[in-house]
Design a protein around this ligand. Sequence first.
Ligand SMILES: *Cc1c(COP(=O)(O)O)cnc(C)c1O
Length: 404
Amino acid sequence: MAQYIPIERDQTPWWEPPAAPAASPWRVPLFDLSFGREEVSAVTQVLRSGWLTMGRRTQELEEAFASEVGAPFALAVSNGTAALHLANLGLGLGPGDEVITTPLTFVATANSIVITGAKPVFADIIGPEDLNLDPAEVERRLTPRTKAVTVVHYGGNSCRLDEICQIAQSRGLAVIEDCAHAPGASHQGRPCGTWGLAGCFSFYSNKNLTTGEGGMVVTSDAALAQRLELLRSHGVTASVQERHQGGTALYDVAAVGCNYRIDEMRAALGLCQLSRLAERNRRRQKIGRYYRQLLAGEERLVLPFAGAVDSARHIFPVLLHRRVDRDAFREAMHARGVQTSIHYPPVHQFSWYRRHLPQAPGSLARAEDAGAREVTLPLYPEMGLNQVGLVAEAVAGALEEAWR
Ligand SMILES: *Cc1c(COP(=O)(O)O)cnc(C)c1O
C-alpha cells in the first residue's frame, strides 16, 4: 500500500494554486462551490502527512458531525448512496421486504433499496405546497411485508417526521432518513437525521456540505453503529490502521461487507466545510426569503414550503402554472443567462422502474404533477442578492414567453 512508503517531505512548494476557474457561461449558475484557503491547506496537510486512508481526520469529522447533528454515532462513508445502502444493509433488508418511500427524489433513495433485494413501495407526496411524503399515503401502502419507511427532506425542508415516525413506531418499522439535502435542518427543534433509526447524508459536490464525493450515516443505536462500521469495511474486524499500528496481519471477517470508506483528504475537506455549514445555511435561508419576497405576487408560480422553519434550503424549487410550457420556460431562462434544473423526474417513471415496478395510473398523481411542473432556480451561499433580483426578473420574462 502506497501510504506505507514514507513520502518525501521536501519544503519546496510543489503545489500550484489552481488557475481561476473557466469563465462560467451563466450570469447566474445553478450552484457554485464554496471553497477557501482553509480547504486547500487542509488537503495539502493530509497529502504531506503520508496517511491518506481513513484515520485521524475521519475520526475528527465523525465526532464533529455527530455533535453538530446531535447524534451519538456517526460513520463517514464514500458517498450518500453508500450511506443509504449501508443503513439498509444494517437493517437487514432483503428479498421479500418492502420499504415505503417517495418517488419525488434522486433515484439513489430507491436504488439503495432495490440493490438489497427489497422492494421500494412508492407513496405519494403531500402536494404542490409540500413536496414531501404524505403520512396518510404511507399508511395506505403498509403491508405485512413493510420493514421500513425511507423519508427524504426535499430541498432541506423536513418531512412530517413526527407523524411518520409515529406510524412506523406503532407497527415496529424502521425509519431511514435520506438527509442528502438536510444537513443542519431540523423538525420541531430536533435535527433531521436523529428522528429515524439512521440518518444518511451526502457530501456530493452540489450539496450543502461538500467533499466532492462523501457521505455520513448517523444513528443513536450503538448495536447498529457497530454493525455499520463492520459493513463499511469488508466485514473485517480490525481497521487497517489498527492492524498497521498493532503490527499484526491477523483479522477476521465477521460479515460480508463493502468498501464504503472515506479518505483523509475528504475528511479534511469535510471538517472545513462543517465549520461553516451553519453560517452558509443561514445565507441560503436569507436568499430563499428574498426569492419568496420577489416572487410573492406571481400567480403563475407556486412556491412550495412556505411555512418551512429550520430548513437547510438546499435548493429553491418553484412549480409552474399548468399553462406554462416548462421546456420553453427553461429555454427562456437559459437565454437570459440563468441556469435551471429539475428536481425530480419521479423515480417510478424511469424505464427500469416502469419495467420492474409498474404503478397503477394515477396512484402517484401528485408526485407526477410536481415532477412535470417543477423548476429549480439558482441558490448557493455566495449568491448575491442582486443576482436573486436578476433571476426574479428573468422568471417574469420567461413566464410571459412560455405562457400557453
Ligand atoms: C445526492 C443525493 C443522494 C445520493 O448521494 P451521493 O453522494 O451522490 O451518492 C441521495 N438522495 C438524495 C435525495 C440526493 O439528493
